[in-house]
Design a protein around this ligand. Structure first.
Ligand SMILES: [Zn+2]
Length: 261
């Protein structure tokens, strides 16, 4: 009975769609892409397992880029939602699957060995392919520089990908990301070395960048995790979560660049 009812319903719906004529003569000028950010990830595993996880499981991404060869696979159409961000927040927006394009890079991530944490470097050809892909996406969706963010930026309490070896500076050199001027950072670094700003100041500056960060003025583990995410991106030589003078300088110079845009 239930099967019969459903088939009748589908027949009726099919009949309706056939009879409805939609006129596409007019296009509204007030519209833009639903995509606001591009989120970068690494897969933490090899290609075969990455492909399996991203095509047959609960998680997915719009693109997957192999290591060797650095083939770019499109797994989800850009206009549809992929399930890559999870619980996430950036610039006050939450649940970012609906407004982002997710790109996964095949990379093992890290392992903790006897001499500390080892991170796997990214293959140069993989980054070359990523740069071309990013330029195309940014053009298709009219995204401004700075729209490319890390999974660790939008979920700093539970994610570290794409990690400290991801070459953000390379993206900046390609014009895809605003980058703090080294001389300006050096000047501010010298000033902050004599007097470090308060934890509250760091939290305000990190929030201004887009991070979801506690605002109570305490250097708690959650705040440290956010500082780590910021440092992995802009000062990967040391990402210990310490609110130091150079981190302050980077934040201040970036804030000045934001204000002048
Ligand atoms: Zn991720």
């Amino acid at each position: 009975m239930r099967v019969f009812c459903l088939s009748v319903l589908f027949a009726l719906l099919a009949g309706c769609s056939n009879s409805l004529q939609i006129d596409d003569s007019y296009i509204a000028s007030g519209q833009n892409s639903r995509v606001q950010y591009i989120v970068l990830h690494y897969t933490s595993t090899d290609f075969a397992r990455s492909l399996q996880l991203l095509t047959q499981g609960e998680v997915s991404s719009h693109y997957l880029i192999g290591e060797a060869p650095a083939t770019v696979y499109r797994l989800v159409d850009e206009n549809r939602r992929a399930w890559h961000a999870g619980v996430s927040q950036w610039q006050g927006r939450t649940w970012l699957n609906g407004t982002t394009i997710g790109i996964e890079l095949v990379n093992q991530g890290f392992y903790d060995g006897p001499n500390g944490r080892y991170w796997q470097p990214f293959a140069p050809a993989q980054i070359d392919a990523l740069v071309v892909l990013l330029k195309g996406i940014m053009q298709r969706h009219q995204l401004p520089p700075g729209s490319i963010i890390a999974h660790s930026d939008i979920a700093p309490q539970r994610k570290v990908d794409p990690g400290p070896l991801f070459p953000w500076k390379r993206l900046a050199d390609e014009g895809l990301l605003p980058w703090p001027d080294a001389d300006a950072v050096a000047r501010q670094h010298a000033l902050f070395s004599t007097r470090l700003p308060s934890v509250q100041w760091f939290q305000e500056q990190l929030a201004r960048q887009g991070y979801a960060v506690p605002m109570q003025g305490e250097l708690d583990p959650a705040t440290r995790n956010v500082i780590v995410a910021f440092q992995m991106k802009y000062r990967p030589a040391r990402y210990d979560g310490e609110p130091d003078a150079e981190t302050a300088a980077l934040l201040l110079v970036l804030a000045g660049m934001q204000a002048s845009r």
